[in-house]
Design a protein around this ligand. Structure first.
Ligand code: 16G
Ligand code: ZN
Length: 533
């Protein structure tokens, strides 16, 4: 049974702020770090319950607010396979986070135990980590009190990236098994990535130095470790690595800054040479955006869509070269935010599916393909190889040295890619491998297709829940009549496309527009925003 008195006395120390409603959304719980204490304590309990439900297998908890400002923080649960928390549990987490009194906390736990049919006598194991935010240590101790309350055997993974935490969860749960994901430590993660990368680039010409903007976050120490391990196989220059100065995290740098402002981080202005490759990580190193300056000094961004195009085409090519065409089908998953030009480029080459925003939607859709490439335009994404595909690769008998090489490359890619979640460092190595094979610079990669100019604006509305969408968020069904008006506007612009959706992480409605010319994309966005407001 529950240790009711123990839970109550621990819960006493973590009271819920009266005036706040919490919600486990697409990014877990996320808000100002200063109001998250009670949420952390209760997430500790939920994590324990989830592990018990999963027969004592290890679940993960990541404390981070990713690309958001430094005073924010958040928390997300990771299921035993290293993937996002199962959807039905999001509402349990929300319910427990909003229980007002201690008695209500107990009652809510009891009701979750009953609804989810949890056997409390099962063991509970949780591995947890945090990013570099100053509010992290206190929030982690609240989390640990939650573990104590429900009887969790905790494993502290310290300060690390979100993708490392996902890796650890999967590695711990597959330890000693045939499908072992790797050694269950941060070193295990780095050597898995590093070894696969070195194998893939052996014999290739040396790469020119790559600049990594670490967003002054947890990606900095991680990239540093990776860089040491890679040595000459990939020369790396680290920038924005300050994880101690206050308020510099994600500030004027990082993947979200670059994607949203479509600008070079000012701190790189005198460092990036024309033609040189650079990339930005976000605050927890699960998003990646590349960029370069052309000979005239103009900034060019290579976002998640460009990464998907580069990587998907490369995998299709390897599958063909390995003699596996027809046996392994590669597909791509995007969201409505994917640039229309990328969708066109990809659709002409392989199956493309559009799903609603949020990693869980992309991940699940990608699982349906033999090899599923998914990327959000914001730079979050990965590649999934199905179990059957893994076996096909292991058993295939190549008929020529060329087939054999392509097969080896495909197998190394399955090791290089973090298949649990989007991973900036793993994705970066993947991009570097493809650029090396293709002998592409950023310029050649960029010319695969030309992005349509686009604009994203947010609109504060009275009630964002009044906005309901269909067709993977590409069309509004309510408020009534609004969709027709949007389409009326859209049709007046060459290559015009626009959609409106409620944000899952902020109390706003987002408006996206693209068109053949920048000024038209801006105009369309603002006119649609005018309809919404
Ligand atoms: C979160 C999601 C990201 C999504 C974004 C949309 C994860 C790990 N991250 O950051 O995939 O693009 O939310 O935010 O799920 P929005 O709903 O506010 O536009
Ligand atoms: Zn992130």
């Amino acid at each position: 049974g529950l240790a009711v008195e123990e839970i109550k006395s621990l819960s006493e120390a973590h009271p819920k702020p009266a005036d706040i409603q919490f919600q486990y959304g697409t990014a877990g719980f996320r808000t100002l770090g200063s109001v998250l204490d009670s949420v952390m304590f209760r997430v500790g309990i939920i994590a324990g319950l989830r592990s018990k439900k999963c027969d004592g297998r290890t679940v993960g908890v990541m404390v981070t607010a990713s690309h958001n400002p430094e005073p924010d923080n958040g928390v997300k649960l990771v299921d035993p396979k290293g993937e996002m928390l199962e959807a039905s549990w999001e509402s349990y987490a929300t319910r427990l986070a909003n229980a007002t009194t201690n008695d209500e906390v107990i009652k809510t736990i009891e009701s979750i135990v009953e609804t989810a049919k949890i056997d409390l006598s099962k063991p509970a194991k949780v591995v947890y980590a945090r990013d570099t935010r100053p509010s992290g240590p206190t929030l982690v101790s609240a989390l640990e009190d939650g573990f104590k309350a429900i009887g969790v055997e905790p494993r502290n993974a310290g300060v690390t990236t979100t993708p490392v935490l996902h890796y650890l969860v999967r590695a711990i749960n597959t330890k000693g098994e045939r499908c072992s994901y790797g050694e269950d430590s941060e070193e295990g993660y780095f050597s898995k990535l590093g070894d696969a990368f070195k194998k893939l680039v052996t014999g290739r010409p040396a790469a020119s130095p790559l600049i990594i903007d670490c967003a002054n976050g947890v990606g900095a120490p991680a990239a540093e470790k990776l860089s040491e391990l890679l040595g000459n196989s990939l020369p790396i220059i680290l920038e924005n690595t300050d994880i101690t100065t206050k308020d510099v995290l994600n500030n004027g740098c990082g993947a979200d800054y670059v994607k949203t402002s479509q600008k070079l981080p000012p701190s790189l202005a005198n460092k990036l040479q024309p033609g040189q490759r650079a990339c930005s990580l976000d605050g927890d190193a699960d998003r990646l955006i590349y960029f370069y300056l052309d000979n005239r000094g103009a900034f060019h961004m290579l976002d998640g869509d460009k990464i998907a195009a580069l990587v998907a085409a490369f995998i299709v090519e390897l599958v063909k070269l390995a003699g596996l065409e027809g046996l392994i089908k590669v597909g791509v998953v995007q969201t409505a935010y994917a640039n229309g030009a990328s969708t066109k480029y990809l659709s002409e080459r392989l199956p493309v599916k559009c799903v609603p925003t949020g990693v869980k939607h992309l991940h699940h859709a990608a699982e349906r393909y033999d090899v599923g490439v998914y990327f959000e335009a914001n730079g979050h994404g990965t590649v999934l190889f199905s179990q059957v595909t893994m076996e096909t690769l292991a058993q295939h008998q190549p008929l020529s040295p060329a087939q054999s090489r392509a097969l080896e490359h495909l197998i190394s890619l399955t090791e290089l890619i973090n298949q649990t979640v989007g991973d900036a460092l793993s994705d970066m190595l993947l991009v570097e491998v493809v650029l090396s094979y293709k002998s592409y610079s950023g310029i050649e990669w960029d010319s695969l297709y030309v992005d349509l100019p686009n604009r994203l604006v947010k609109v504060v509305v009275a009630d964002r829940n009044a906005f309901k969408t269909e067709d993977a968020e590409r069309r509004l069904v309510s408020p009534e009549g609004l969709q027709q008006k949007i389409e009326g506007l859209m049709n007046r612009y060459q290559s015009g496309r626009s959609f409106v959706r409620p944000s899952g992480t902020e109390d706003v409605v987002r408006v996206y527009a693209e068109a053949a010319i920048k000024s038209q994309a801006d105009e369309l966005a603002f006119r649609v925003a005018g309809l919404v407001y």
